[in-house]
Design a binder for this molecule. Structure first.
Ligand code: MEV
Length: 425
């Protein structure tokens, strides 16, 4: 039977009921469900092997966004994130997009760029020609470092070189293009760069300093688009509002930073859940947002001939499903199973769709009722819990604060005192 990610009222279920739904959707074992439910699922010995100076682990809530239909396939999206409203907004937006057939995605091949910086070259332009001429020799040296990657169809596939003018004079930057297949890639790429550096010094007569992967992964792009019926977003006026919001972000970097932060709320939540390098994804996204010479929006929103909303996004997506922490972190392994992605490129495309959904959720709220309404209840809940409200009373305190539009710690404490004295609120 085809499994659907369209699960209405998922948020109303108890934690164990939600886990049961996810278990059935993703065919999880009992052990995998226990891993998900355990807030101490990362053994200290494993943590100690992952980074240095370990003193503990840092649990973050793991939620699951529902309703995602991407290229006709249903996905549940695990998200590790501390910010309230993100998972709910992604699920709501995915539902709106679903009404228009869901998200459609594509991607380039998973090619990362690695850079070798050569300085103090007498004839940088001549050296560039010699480097380009020695392409086959350099690629062979690079590929000799990683027969495994080559055996699965990846490896160094191309190179180019550019002369740049800097405050320290001219430099020749050789760029190696490496197909990383299902790996995120830094280890493979950096090893290749270090191996070819002596050859580059010999060919250029210069001195090599940096040999490092670039996070501006313009050869590893993921794309997603969706057409959302105007009825699903709340009518044509809301469509117009979202288009205006996009235009604002496209033209103003102050707004674009927040707009893109909203996109990354969703992407990074899912990137974190799979234990991929979220700093790399964010660096790539922001740099790509400035590719036209000014910092702008990563997404576009338009109104089509039916007055429906059409959204699109394209951004670098350096993520993997093998290697690194992705396959060692117990929760990340289960998160990948829940996602059900077969390749790193599929994961990248899903992440692009999640980013677009998150953006839609934020812009719809901003263009209609405002962002605070949705945030208020969750914010009130956090305040009530921080004030000391236990589970039997927390809902009543939240309700009172929301009704009175006074969501503050002192008000929560007053209500709690009232409850302690009188037994009711
Ligand atoms: C908050 O985490 C994200 C938003 O600010 C994004 C946006 O303004 O588009 C709501």
């Amino acid at each position: 039977m085809k499994k659907s990610s369209m699960i209405s009222g998922f948020y109303k279920l108890r934690i164990e009921e939600r886990a049961k739904v996810v278990k059935e959707f993703a065919d999880l074992t009992n052990e995998e469900v226990e891993t998900l439910r355990s807030t101490g699922a990362l053994p200290l010995e494993l943590a100690d092997r992952m980074i240095e100076n370990v003193v503990g682990a840092f649990p973050v809530p793991l939620g699951v966004a529902v309703n995602f239909l991407i290229n006709g396939k249903d996905y549940l999206i695990p998200m590790a994130i501390e910010e309230p409203s993100v998972v709910a907004a992604a699920s709501n937006a995915a539902k709106m997009a679903r009404d228009g057939g869901g998200f459609h995605t594509s991607s380039t091949e998973p090619i990362m760029i690695g850079q070798v910086q050569a300085v103090k070259i007498k004839d940088p332009y001549g050296a560039r020609m010699r480097i380009v001429g020695a392409k086959e020799e350099i690629l062979k040296k690079a590929n000799d470092q990683d027969p495994l990657l080559v055996s699965v169809g990846g490896g160094a596939i191309d190179l180019d070189a550019k002369v740049i003018n800097t405050v320290a004079g001219q430099m020749l930057i050789t760029e190696l293009h490496v197909d990383c297949r299902d790996a995120m890639g830094p280890n493979a790429v950096n090893t290749m760069l270090e191996a070819v550096a002596p050859l580059i010094e010999k060919i250029t007569g210069g001195r090599v300093y940096l040999r490092i992967i670039s996070n501006l992964a313009t050869e590893r792009l993921a794309r997603a688009w969706c057409a959302v019926p105007k009825e699903a977003v709340g009518g044509e006026a809301v469509v117009d509002g979202i288009v205006q919001a996009y235009a604002f972000a496209a033209s103003d970097p102050y707004r674009a930073a927040t707009h893109n932060k909203g996109i990354l709320n969703g992407i990074i939540g899912a990137v974190m859940a799979t234990c991929n390098d979220h700093r790399a994804v964010e660096a790539g996204a922001h740099a790509y947002a400035a590719k036209d010479g000014h910092y702008g929006s990563l997404s576009t929103w338009e109104k089509n001939e039916n007055a429906d909303l059409v959204g699109s996004i394209e951004l670098p997506m350096a993520v993997g499903i093998v290697g690194g922490a992705v396959r060692t972190h117990p929760v990340a392994k289960v998160a990948l199973k829940i996602l059900g992605v077969g390749t790193a490129s599929e994961l990248g495309e899903v992440l692009a769709a999640v980013g677009l959904a998150q953006n839609l959720g934020a812009l719809r709220a901003l263009a209609a009722e405002g962002i605070q309404k949705g945030h208020m209840r969750l914010h009130a809940r956090n305040i009530a819990i921080a004030a000391g409200a236990t589970s039997d009373i927390v809902d009543n305190i939240v309700e009172r604060m929301v009704q009175e539009r006074k969501i503050r710690m002192d008000v929560a404490k007053e209500l709690l005192d009232e409850y302690k004295k009188t037994g009711k609120i």
